[in-house]
Design a protein around this ligand. Sequence first.
Ligand code: GLP
Length: 250
Amino acid sequence: MKIIQALNYEQLSKLAGEVIATQVNEKTNSLLGLATGSTPTKTYQVLADLYNAGKVDFSQVKSVNLDEYVGIEQNHSQSYFTYMNENFFSHVNIDTANTHLPNGNVDDLQTECKNYETLINRLGGIDLQLLGVGHNGHIGFNEPANAFPEATHVVKLDDRTIKANARFFESEADVPKYAVTMGIGTILKAKKILMLVTGEDKADILYKTLTLEPTPEVQSTALQFHKDVTIIADEKALTKIKELNPELLK
Ligand code: GLP
């Protein structure tokens, strides 16, 4: 795995935006795998700035998002559908007909999961998958488990995830308990992966992601199986690696 060190969140976001813009400039009809959460919000702003400066064109780009909550309306203020429209799609010239998220608000979630997996394959597979990471190592919403999930599936959210995401809802009780997420197998099929890690509270999980033997207890360790992973991390997220395993950064 390639680790790019950024000084801070600003620089991390700038670097991440440049990686994504380069991907789009090299392949104008790229299928981007997109992520939500607080980590990539500024990356999306950087991409909007690059678009406004005429440096990248999203008109042919297609996208698939990692995950979506179950049981809230698509236009709920905290759905990932809303997040993507507010943070990214409405600021660039992507055709929203080419943007896809799993729909967590359907009766037949199993069929939705199967169809989502089929859709990704039909679109030619993900060229670049953007990822954040949860404190427990979840990528997408793949929570600690006794196996690495292969395909898009319904997952029960961890208490810690619900607590972490409560900041976006009126109360913890309002946070959905389930989500639909790409599986680890889906993510690992992406041609390239770009993971962003910021802040001291992620230093421990970044360290584990890189140093533990791959284990489904820490789903992000599955990234060790992929041959083209770039991690952009800021100084604070790198503190534990610098302290215990600085050679990883050479
Ligand atoms: C969320 C998302 C993940 C995200 C992670 C970290 O719940 N499902 O895709 O990467 O948790 O979020 P944040 O970037 O806000 O720390």
